[in-house]
Design a protein around this ligand. Structure first.
Ligand SMILES: [Zn+2]
Length: 140
């Protein structure tokens, strides 16, 4: 993975950054953690994608130093390292005529059916994320 802050041609450096964040799933992730950190199971609930795919995208974004993670108990939370990325995406959204309210959905908390500790502040920490998720899947 190329370092996006490598000093080479400005156009190439910008191109690499845009290509890196240009995938729909990564854009969704960046909006979802733009204002508040989130754990993988929260991203799973928001993106409606499998955890393995989300983890792959997070790994790419982390290698590019766009997101960072920290552990809190048994959950790993991700957040933006550079808030400018969110501004960039918001401006891109504006350019293509997307209303800010349409983007709010990605940052909205709590997410219905999400088992993460942020969406369920009162829940037993042992039940959040993986355990709660497999439980709710069995019920529905
Ligand atoms: Zn959540």
């Amino acid at each position: 993975m190329a370092n996006i802050s490598n000093p080479d041609l400005p156009s190439e450096a910008i191109s690499r950054l845009l290509a890196l964040i240009g995938q729909p799933a990564r854009i969704q992730i960046l909006f979802a953690i733009g204002e508040q950190e989130a754990c993988v199971c929260h991203l799973e609930a928001v993106l409606e994608m499998r955890q393995a795919s989300i983890s792959q995208h997070l790994m790419v974004l982390r290698k590019a130093n766009l997101v960072t993670s920290y552990r809190d108990g048994r959950n790993i939370f991700y957040r933006l390292t550079q808030p400018g990325v969110l501004t960039l995406l918001q401006q891109a959204a504006q350019l293509v005529g997307i209303q800010p309210e349409a983007l709010r959905r990605l940052a909205l908390r709590p997410v219905e059916g999400c088992p993460c500790p942020q969406c369920n502040p009162g829940m037993d920490p042992q039940l959040t994320c993986q355990k709660a998720r497999s439980k709710s899947k069995n019920i529905s």
